[in-house]
Design a protein around this ligand. Structure first.
Ligand SMILES: N[C@@H](CCC(=O)N[C@@H](CS)C(=O)NCC(=O)O)C(=O)O
Length: 205
């Protein structure tokens, strides 16, 4: 049995959360290394792209969140075998990455008024559009899951993203944005959130 460690920051969300959930759902024993922000500068240079998440498997490092999600999805049975369904799974994970990058682009804005303006533009424009597009893709895949008509890492990726958007952690991103513009994503969020293994995961934290 491979020795697996997931290295990510210490919060429920972000790019590391889908892999944590997938490993938990799949019953894979793993070390959940949570890096304090104060420890990050010392660890950063050792990471392949100086960023997290990073998955360590028997001492070997794998970076880039969606690559980790695919690998973990294959380990846990949460990634489609069918090439087309796998591609749909990849597509939605990349769509979430596009939006994540846009929001991450505002993290470094020091001036609060500038940050407010930038985030309002995002919320009213590209983030809103992306949520609507994801909702359409969900409908086109049958309405319940994004690929393979069952839970996959794609659903966990969207779940973690919607969780982040609703968290209130991002000033000036309205927490009800998804409710207003993409209600089917909220229904999808609840579908994942009430999965017995997801309930058990958060209850254990
Ligand atoms: N493309 C990368 C982006 C990774 C990334 O930017 N991670 C953020 C956290 S979500 C990070 O490590 N930030 C700290 C830093 O860049 O110093 C991925 O998908 O994993």
């Amino acid at each position: 049995m491979a020795k697996v460690k997931l290295v990510y920051f210490d919060f429920h969300g972000g790019r590391g959360e889908p892999a944590r959930l997938a490993l938990h759902i799949g019953g894979v024993t793993f070390e959940d290394q949570r890096v304090a922000f104060s420890d990050w500068p010392a660890i950063k240079p050792q990471m392949p792209y100086q960023a997290l998440p990073v998955l360590e498997v028997d001492g070997k490092l794998l970076a880039q969140s969606n690559s980790i999600n695919r690998f973990v999805g294959k380990l846990t049975g949460l990634y489609p075998n069918d090439p087309w369904q796998a591609a749909l799974c990849d597509e939605i994970m990349d769509a979430v990455e596009d939006s994540t990058r846009l929001l991450a682009g505002t993290f470094g804005i020091k001036n609060d008024e500038e940050k407010k303006a930038a985030r309002q533009v995002l919320a009213d424009g590209p983030l809103r559009l992306s949520l609507q597009q994801m909702q359409t893709r969900l409908e086109q895949s049958g309405g319940n899951y994004f690929a393979d008509d069952r839970l996959t890492v794609a659903d966990l990726k969207v779940f973690a993203w919607i969780k982040d958007l609703r968290s209130g952690n991002f000033d000036y991103i309205p927490t009800d944005l998804t409710n207003r513009v993409a209600p089917l994503l909220i229904a999808h969020f609840e579908r994942v959130n009430t999965h017995p293994k997801v309930v058990a995961y958060y209850a254990s934290r």
